[in-house]
Design a protein around this ligand. Structure first.
Ligand SMILES: [Zn+2]
Length: 251
């Protein structure tokens, strides 16, 4: 587990602690050294044997005051408060690295889309062939640094922006619209990208057509009941109407 190199020290708690209050300055120094050693441990723990503790804390004699700040967990010593901060720090670090990875992946996807935006998907025949869809869905062998058609379509499916939109259905609709209205135009990524941008604009209607009632609780007389107006969007998993489409109501 990745660990940060610092931990928060709550001076008020530290000074108010009765366990700390009974320690000598030397014991406080040893205790602080032990907390640092625990922080760097993969489990945020210390060996339970006294001799090792004394060495790590650079202290001799009685260490019962220090020992009182730790509990035994699976044969190791753990300071519960430190462990709590350690878990929090690691969680935050993991979240930060995940979102950095997502930003990086997104950037790569966007770059790849840009470099492919002018690549026509269809053969240069005057009208799209009926096998167009199969071709688009098929995996095209390209260098791994570029986006295949399949991955390109997949990127719509995994993008939260398009949540609630049936991408496969839109592919069919976009193709048949082109076939009917502009048979000479090629089915390109740019065309489908524009089509999907239009679909995002229609998203409120899509949510409405799902017939979900707004789940925001409103006061009616003496009690709170769901608003129940047709939802125009989702906040997380909660359908909300246009009137309640504000983040603060989600809290
Ligand atoms: Zn509502």
């Amino acid at each position: 587990m990745p660990t940060t190199f610092w931990f928060p020290m709550y001076c008020n708690d530290f000074l108010a602690s009765t366990k700390i209050a009974v320690m000598t300055t030397e014991e406080i120094g040893a205790y602080t050294l032990l907390l640092c050693h625990a922080w760097q441990d993969p489990q945020c723990s210390l060996p339970a044997d006294e001799e090792t503790l004394k060495k790590l804390g650079r202290i001799s004699g009685d260490i019962s005051n220090i020992r009182a700040c730790f509990i035994v967990k699976r044969g190791r010593l753990v300071n519960e408060r430190l462990l709590k901060e350690w878990v929090k720090a690691n969680h935050n670090k993991e979240m930060a690295s995940q979102s950095a990875k997502q930003r990086w992946d997104k950037k790569r996807t966007t770059d790849a889309m840009r470099s492919h935006i002018r690549t026509p998907c269809s053969s240069p025949s005057p009208s799209p062939s009926p096998k167009e869809e199969d071709r688009i869905a098929s995996t095209v062998q390209k260098p791994s640094s570029t986006l295949t058609d399949e991955l390109w379509i997949q990127s719509f499916k995994t993008n939260p922006l398009y949540t609630g939109i049936d991408i496969d259905l839109q592919l069919k609709r976009a193709q048949s619209w082109l076939q009917t209205n502009a048979p000479r135009r090629q089915f390109t990524r740019k065309y489908f990208g524009n089509w999907m941008t239009g679909e995002i604009g229609k998203k409120p209607m899509i949510a409405e057509s799902l017939g979900r009632p707004c789940q925001t609780r409103v006061k009616r007389g003496l009690e709170f009941t769901p608003c129940n107006k047709p939802a125009t969007t989702m906040i997380g998993t909660r359908p909300v109407c246009a009137e309640h489409d504000v983040k603060k109501d989600a809290l």
